[in-house]
Design a protein around this ligand. Sequence first.
Ligand code: SF4
Ligand code: SF4
Length: 183
Amino acid sequence: MQALTNRVKQVSRKPLSFWERIYLPAILKGMFITFSHIFKKRPTINYPEKTRPFSPVFRGLHILNRDEEGRENCTACGLCAVACPAEAITMEAAERKAGEENLYREEKYAAKYEINMLRCIFCGLCEEACPKDAIYLSETFAPADYQRKQFIYNKNELLIPHPINEPEAFKKAQGGRVKRETV
Ligand code: SF4
Ligand code: SF4
């Protein structure tokens, strides 16, 4: 039969030799490979007691950021939601009232802010899009759960601890992150 291309390879089906038919060399070879791993360094670790160092570009659970005075940075502009390819972010904006200047940095703030972690692909585009340094992806995993509704994180779950009231927790949530320029 004429071949359509010159990449055709003829397969030869040779009869099995005696040693191939009894499988013994193949079994011994397999066992040798298995036993050789006993003396190698184990690649597994006892998580969560031990953890591996994260890559500097690791993107984990989102944090809604505050400024040094503890005011929420988010101005509910919606750019993160627009940038999100998974449509995981929803929010409701509200106007800051007189006397709330210590709570919200801008005149508008997010009264409601939710991220659906089941939709999120941890791409980091929300962080890139934010002009207020108000959201970033931390070095924390989203914890496992049994119910889907638990994966919709609301504003209270996403907000970073207050830097003045809870300085240790604030510092931990920030990790080694460098503050970004805002507009
Ligand atoms: S990390 Fe990506 S997918 Fe997740 S909320 Fe942000 S933009 Fe959306
Ligand atoms: S997190 Fe940033 S981009 Fe998203 S609504 Fe708030 S200020 Fe705008």
